[in-house]
Design a protein around this ligand. Sequence first.
Ligand code: DX5
Ligand code: ZN
Length: 228
Amino acid sequence: MVRIAPSLLSCRFAELGREVKTVDEAGAEWIHVDVMDGRFVPNITIGPLIAGAVRGVTQRTVDVHLMIEEPDRYIADFARAGADVITVHAEAARHLHRTLELIRSLGKRAGVALNPATPLSAVEEVLDGIDLLLVMTVNPGFGGQAFIPRSLDKLARARALVEAHRPGEVEVQVDGGVSEKTAPALVAAGATVLVAGSAVFGHPRGAAAGVAALRASVEGISWDERGR
Ligand code: DX5
Ligand code: ZN
């Protein structure tokens, strides 16, 4: 099953509550919250306060993508703010195993993100501790960047890796340059959660149309014949 996760990075922040409601009512299963610290990535965005505000206006899965150094310092804050999924970057967590245990100890689903340059081997030793593997399909930091074509092959290898160890148990998420054009191949290669910022909030007919267009683009496509 494919889940659509609009990235709020591209929404109109002055209308945050309304933007969340629009994509929620359009059927987006997850709401993707991009947290940037100006150190791990060049951009600065939002913190637990805004994540909590998002939580307050939706029952959908709140998916927090931490693009920050020393993520352990803030995980409890995001858990308290009501995140359902907390994803950290392998490149930013010095003791990744411990970080993942911390997320799960707070009752949250734990994700690991990999930058385009980071090999899949970075997660091999922690596969038991993850609920989600995020294959970045752009270098993190900004919305609206072009999809990196080579990441399609990496995605397929990511799906094969998690299936070899934890069949059917791990979401594989893609983030960056996801659109109606790129989504079909991504889902066929193993993605089950599609993050999309500009393709949703920048859609010419509005965000609800953006969610619908993404959904329609992957209709009937699945990485496995059982249609999970
Ligand atoms: C990028 C963020 C993404 C971003 C994606 O660093 O992690 O979630 O919003 O934006 P698009 O979908 O426009 O590439
Ligand atoms: Zn993201």
